[in-house]
Design a protein around this ligand. Structure first.
Ligand code: SAM
Length: 250
């Protein structure tokens, strides 16, 4: 049964945009302006969520050579690079992103097919891929229910879903430390090392969306409601979450 109520990942954040209608343009503009610095800030973030973490998660959901991957919200290609290292064929990894700036960055680095589009309305055929992956972009969609139904639609029967995300820790001390690190220290380091104010805004926004995000249980429930079987979530350090699911009918 399809849920009829939209599930927004977080409420309107008026420090950044005045209402829901303005959010997509704000998000797209922010990623366009910071695309060139995204890998740099990602290295500063570290937190173990680097290449090895993404690669391990892809292997855990069963990615193998010969499979076709749709990496949504590809950004500069941090997940797609690892997917490509596993499948071994540039034609088997397709990237999608709404930001032209991000797509320009990934185009310089990877010779894979790229699509500019919204993950809430994937411009690809039904049942065209074996894996849909999304790294650290769940907080940016308009409606999680619609998005997860789209992921389900484009997967072949038996295909897998992988969503990587950071979640605010339940423990107050861990949460305070993370807030200081992501919400204060990394934005400052980003600005000091690049002189880019937009990078500071990106990192403030990063933390604010994490802090205000709907709870992991609601995300998992939405994944199940979209039709995914065997849905679950691997959790590490009360912080990193790898949501997974499988489309039935193989
Ligand atoms: C934090 S980056 C993630 C990049 C990469 N997946 C990673 O693992 O680091 C988020 C990306 O999501 C993209 N994005 C945000 N909202 C989107 C949407 N509705 N549809 C498609 N891409 C979107 C942004 O342009 C940005 O490139």
């Amino acid at each position: 049964m399809k849920p009829d109520k939209p599930l927004e990942p977080h409420p309107v954040l008026p420090d950044y945009y005045p209402d829901l209608a303005q959010r997509p343009a704000f998000v797209r503009g922010l990623f366009d302006r910071t695309a060139h610095y995204y890998d740099h800030i990602n290295r500063l973030l570290s937190f173990g969520s680097g290449s090895w973490y993404r690669r391990r998660a892809l292997l855990q959901v069963g990615l193998r050579p010969g499979m076709t991957v749709l990496d949504v919200a590809i950004g500069t290609g941090l997940v797609a690079r690892q997917a490509l290292a596993i499948t071994g064929d540039p034609q088997t990894v397709i990237g999608l992103d709404i930001s032209a700036g991000m797509l320009a960055e990934v185009r310089r680095l990877l010779g894979i097919p790229l699509i500019q589009g919204l993950m809430e309305q994937l411009p690809v055929a039904d049942a065209c891929c074996d894996l849909v992956s999304m790294g650290y972009a769940l907080r940016h969609v308009a409606d999680l229910n619609v998005t997860f139904r789209e992921f389900h639609r484009v997967l072949r029967p038996g295909g897998a879903l992988l969503i990587l995300e950071i979640t605010r820790p339940a423990h107050p001390v861990k949460r305070a430390l993370l807030k200081f690190y992501l919400g204060r220290l990394v934005p400052l380091l980003g600005w000091l090392t690049t002189g880019q104010r937009d990078l500071q805004t990106l990192m403030h926004y990063y933390w604010d969306t994490i802090e205000n995000c709907v709870p992991p249980e609601a995300i998992l429930q939405a994944i199940r409601a979209a039709g995914f079987a065997e849905a679950g979530c691997h959790i590490e350090f009360d912080l990193f979450r790898a949501y997974f699911g499988r489309k039935g009918g193989a």
